[in-house]
Design a protein around this ligand. Structure first.
Ligand code: AMP
Length: 113
């Protein structure tokens, strides 16, 4: 996998407003927030998109979701938040390093558009 913006953030080659880090993942504020809280949580292991994840990534993917829950709670949104994973350009993915958007702090509509 080629270097992306997000691998550069992991390697501290470009700055980010980091809110959480452990051996497996990193979470930081989105540079163009779409809600009062908009945080991205990414695996340190480079997975291009969720469609490329393997069975062996099961615990890593679970880790991302469970940490997303903790981060939403820490931001003050235990009960109402939205998690989004865009997979592929047609679905809105622009950075090709798997990431989960954590959005909170406003009303969210459905369908998402
Ligand atoms: P997606 O469109 O699902 O691939 O999401 C990519 C997200 O990365 C967008 O919400 C961008 O605003 C965000 N983004 C792009 N560059 C940066 C950056 N340098 N730091 C933080 N977030 C970024």
């Amino acid at each position: 996998m080629t270097d992306t913006l997000f691998s550069k953030i992991i390697n501290r080659e470009i700055p980010a407003d980091i809110v959480y880090e452990d051996d497996l993942c990193l979470a930081f504020h989105d540079i163009t927030p779409q809600a009062p809280v908009h945080i991205l949580i990414i695996p340190k292991q480079a997975i291009v998109k969720i469609a490329d994840a393997a069975e062996s990534d099961q615990s890593l993917l679970g880790h991302l979701l469970l940490k997303a829950r903790v981060i939403a709670k820490e931001q003050g949104y235990e009960d109402a938040f939205r998690l989004v994973i865009n997979n592929g350009s047609a679905a809105g993915q622009t950075v090709f390093h798997l990431h989960v958007h954590i959005l909170a702090g406003r009303q969210f509509n459905w369908p998402p558009g």
